[in-house]
Design a protein around this ligand. Structure first.
Ligand SMILES: [Zn+2]
Length: 298
């Protein structure tokens, strides 16, 4: 009995010994959970701490959902910090946001000018049509009047009754001329208004095109992953535009914290550029998964 117990203890001892050796030789990032917490937090990023934390937890799951084990754990006491570090990069991002807002509002402004231009030109066309009809009618009345007058003149003058009627016709014709003049004046004012709107619209389009050019020159390039970096016991986040953007940056830097290098697929979290990853539904690609599988020796 004694010898059996001894053997059992000896076997257990041996097992522990081998396990210890084994762990020392093959311990990987997948064997330890990386405990992290929020370090420096800068309000100028315009994100709440709660949203930042929620984004960190979501980003964890992007890595963990591809594997069946826990890789990261939020722990307020952790030594590993994820910091928001405000510098010219986020300043740049905020400027970009303001510039984009300006472009969007000038698009709205342009749309309302286009609408006003359309309404005015429609009004001009219908008023011009009315004017032509009225003018043709006036010319017809004038012709009739002149024919009648010259007919009576040929006869050496008109009787008083006819003369009175012709005088009335004449004053009606004069009133018609007055109305036509007023209509012509209104039409000219309308045309002037249309020209002003068109000029303003063109000015807006020119300004918009210049802004687009400036925007593309300043903000249009594909960005390298310098919005964040991994520094051994911390990750610094320097820049993001939206939460989707932030998620990708954190996911990328967490990848580096898992000791992963860059991979070749441009849609991968671990690609060295950001731009072609699916920000709306960020997932690891085969290359990302393969990199961690290799790192973990799975
Ligand atoms: Zn990187």
């Amino acid at each position: 009995m004694l010898s059996k117990i001894f053997t059992f203890i000896a076997v257990i001892g041996l097992l522990f010994f081998f396990m210890f050796i084994g762990l020392t030789l093959t311990q990987t990032v997948c064997d330890n959970v990386l405990r992290y917490t929020i370090g420096n937090f800068d309000d100028r990023f315009e994100i709440s701490k709660a949203d930042f934390k929620a984004t960190l937890l979501e980003t964890e799951r992007i890595w963990e959902s591809a594997f069946a084990f826990n890789l990261f754990e939020y722990d307020s006491e952790a030594e590993f910090k994820i910091n928001l570090v405000f510098d010219e990069r986020q300043q740049f991002s905020l400027e970009e946001k303001i510039f984009r807002g300006k472009l969007e509002s000038s698009e709205t402004g342009r749309d309302s000018f286009t609408e006003e231009y359309k309404t005015l030109t429609e009004k001009y066309s219908s008023t011009a049509r009315e004017y032509e009809i009225d003018f043709a009618l006036y010319e017809k009345h004038l012709r009739q009047y002149n024919v009648t007058v010259s007919r009576w003149n040929e006869r050496g003058g008109s009787p008083p009754q006819v003369y009175e009627r012709l005088e009335r016709d004449k004053s009606i014709l004069e009133k018609e001329v007055g109305k036509l003049e007023q209509k012509r004046f209104n039409l000219n004012s309308l045309a002037e208004k249309i020209n002003n709107v068109a000029r303003e619209n063109n000015r807006l389009i020119d300004a918009y095109n210049t802004d687009i050019l400036t925007y593309n020159n300043k903000f249009g390039m594909q960005r390298e992953f310098d919005q964040g970096d991994y520094r051994g016991n911390e990750i610094n986040i320097y820049q993001f535009d939206t939460l989707n953007d932030l998620r990708l940056t954190i996911a990328h830097e967490l990848g580096h914290a898992l000791r992963l290098s860059h991979v070749d697929n441009s849609s991968s979290v671990m690609y060295y550029l950001m731009g072609e990853q699916n920000l709306l539904d960020l997932k690891l690609t085969e290359e990302d998964i393969e990199a961690l599988t290799l790192e973990c020796g799975l």
